[in-house]
Design a protein around this ligand. Structure first.
Ligand code: HEM
Ligand code: NAG
Ligand code: NAG
Ligand code: NAG
Ligand code: NAG
Length: 339
């Protein structure tokens, strides 16, 4: 009796592990048979885009964050049209160059393999490849995600953290999504490349707003002068990492030590007692930063996935299949339509 109970426990434990492992239902080989050239196609297109505009790398990783954080990595952020996430505040300025790249990769992959790979999987793969091109670490990607049928609600999109957040607010925001302190401090290091617009950091040089966390006065003066020319609003941009603006490295943490973090949410990390040790360590040891960043990217890219028969594989990353003309006449979802 006792041993049977023990055996049952083991079965339950194994089932639990299968369901709760980081990427249940996913596998690195998910498309190995159905789309053997997948990785080559993605890599080729990402390299071409990066050669023309290195900004595609930060643009991609921010899109992935904005996809995964609100309701999971389901390509919901790629949808356009009514109620789309791109039309909501926090999206601000997801770059068309990267949105278009994902769709053109989708077209090439579906030409080669039929409609077998989701926009959600393609977004993660493209982000992985562009991160390496920009100098960052490789992170492991398991595949098998499916695409959302509709955009995330405005309530969910507004769970994205704001640049005005304090460290306790950031820890709470990340904690609500099962992301911990190491995830916050390392993933914020994605601000090692890319740009922001004045509306995102005007609180760093507005005199009547509290100056905590601190800012280098010369840096503040430069930002203020630059943003005075932001007419019409949104035309001026500022690099997130003043030291190596296009390279993914640990110089972002140097910026914080020099009080040259662009956002309050960045600068706070080096000031607040709960995060200062880790942020300082990352400034001293790029290997430690890269190792934690890669781990946290795996975690982020596996948040709340649709798998199996959930969701769909989109015909077009910007449009749910229910809105694609003539879809009723095409073969069933799951029986890869010839394209
Ligand atoms: C910790 C909380 C975070 C806050 C408050 C935050 C906020 C922001 C803001 C306000 C912008 C600039 C938008 C604009 O003005 O155009 C931005 C840009 C960016 N964010 Fe974050 N972010 C956070 C976390 C992350 C994470 C986790 C990632 C990715 C792992 C990320 C990657 C980026 C990148 C790469 C850019 C530049 C995008 C571009 O150049 O197109 N951020 N972020
Ligand atoms: C968006 O909403 C308008 C007005 O309700 C409607 O006419 C239009 O067809 C909708 N567009 C899409 C893409 O659903
Ligand atoms: C900071 O760390 C202390 C000690 O570990 C903990 O009690 C406190 O809740 C943390 N604060 C935040 C905002 O997480
Ligand atoms: C940022 O501003 C620079 C200088 O004005 C401009 O050349 C560049 O195209 C802008 N980048 C983006 C992505 O808007
Ligand atoms: C790319 C994109 O659609 N950006 C939109 C983000 O949201 C603001 C309003 O909140 C729109 O003005 C932008 O066009």
């Amino acid at each position: 009796m006792a041993s049977r109970a023990a055996a049952a426990l083991v079965v339950v434990a194994l089932a639990w592990a299968a369901v709760h492992s980081a990427a249940a239902g996913l596998s690195p080989d998910f498309h190995a048979v159905s789309c053997p050239d997948l990785e080559h196609i993605v890599k080729y297109h990402v390299a071409e885009a990066f050669r023309k505009d290195v900004g595609v790398a930060p643009a991609l990783i921010r899109i992935l964050f904005h996809d995964c954080f609100p309701q999971g990595c389901d390509a919901s952020v790629l949808l356009t049209g009514n109620n789309s996430e791109q039309a909501m505040g926090p999206n601000l300025t997801l770059r068309p160059v990267a949105l278009n790249l994902i769709e053109s990769i989708r077209a090439a992959v579906h030409r080669a393999c039929g409609r077998t790979v989701s926009c959600a999987d393609l977004t993660v793969l493209a982000t992985r490849d562009s991160l390496v091109l920009a100098g960052g670490p490789h992170f492991d990607v398991a595949l098998g995600r499916r695409d959302a049928l509709a955009p995330a609600s405005e309530d969910l999109v507004f769970t994205l953290p704001a640049p005005s957040f304090t460290v306790p607010e950031l820890l709470k925001s990340f904690g609500d999504r099962n992301l911990d302190k190491a995830d916050l401090v390392s993933l914020s290091g994605a601000h090692s490349f890319g740009i922001a617009h004045c509306s995102s950091f005007s609180d760093r040089f507005t005199p009547d707003v509290d100056t905590n966390p601190p800012i280098d006065p010369n840096f503040a003066a430069k930002l203020k002068a630059k943003c005075a020319k932001d007419v019409p609003a949104g035309t001026v941009n500022q690099t997130l990492d003043v030291r190596t603006p296009d390279v993914f490295d640990n110089k972002y943490y140097f910026d914080l030590i020099a009080k040259q973090g662009l956002f309050k949410s960045d600068q706070g990390l080096i000031v607040h007692p709960n995060t200062t040790r880790m942020a300082t360590r990352f400034s001293l040891n790029q290997g430690a930063f890269f190792e934690q960043f890669a781990k946290s990217m795996v975690k982020m890219s596996n948040m709340d996935l649709l798998t199996g028969s959930q969701g769909e594989i989109r015909f077009n990353c910007a449009v749910p299949n229910s809105r694609v003309e003539g879809i009723e006449t095409m073969s069933n979802e799951g029986h890869a339509a010839a394209m």
